[in-house]
Design a protein around this ligand. Structure first.
Ligand SMILES: [Zn+2]
Length: 133
C-alpha cells in the first residue's frame, strides 16, 4: 500500500479519459463520463463469475482462483496463476503462470507465458498499443 499522497495517473476504462487520482483512492468517478471506476487491485482466490471485471489497478488470479468473465481489464497488469476463462482480456503487463489455464483473447502491450502454462484458446495481440490498452 502506498503511503504517499502523490497523485497517480489512471485511465477511465469506459471512455479512456486519462486523469490523476490520489494514491489512497479506492474508487473514483471519471471527471469526463462520471462513471464509477474501480482503482484498487483485485485478487481472485476462488471461483468468481462476472460479466465484466475492470480495474485501473492489478488483477491477480491465485493458484486456486478461477475467473469467468466476458471482459477482464486491468490497466496495471494481470497475473494469472489459476484459471482464466474470458472472451477478452486486456491489461498492462500480463503474466500467465506455470500452472495457469487460459482461455480467451488477449490484448496487452507485454506478455509473459511461463513454461507449463496451458493456453486452450485465444487470439493474442501482443503488443497491442491501441487506445484500449
Ligand atoms: Zn470516463
Amino acid at each position: 500500500m502506498a503511503k504517499t499522497s502523490t497523485p497517480r495517473p489512471v485511465r477511465c476504462y469506459h471512455c479512456r479519459h486519462p486523469f490523476e487520482i490520489s494514491a489512497k483512492a479506492m474508487t473514483v468517478s471519471c471527471p469526463k463520463c462520471s462513471k464509477k471506476l474501480l482503482v484498487e487491485d483485485v485478487t481472485i482466490s476462488n471461483t468468481h463469475s462476472v460479466t465484466r471485471l475492470q480495474t485501473c489497478g492489478r488483477i491477480v488470479v491465485k493458484p486456486k482462483g478461477r475467473i469467468i468473465a466476458d471482459l477482464i481489464e486491468a490497466h496495471q497488469g494481470i497475473e494469472a496463476l489459476g484459471i482464466v476463462e474470458a472472451k477478452v482480456v486486456r491489461g498492462g503487463t500480463i503474466v500467465i503462470g506455470p500452472k495457469a489455464k487460459w482461455q480467451g483473447d488477449c490484448h496487452t502491450p507485454s506478455l509473459t507465458v511461463k513454461l507449463g502454462a496451458v493456453i486452450n484458446s485465444g487470439h493474442f495481440v501482443v503488443p497491442d498499443e491501441s487506445p484500449g490498452n
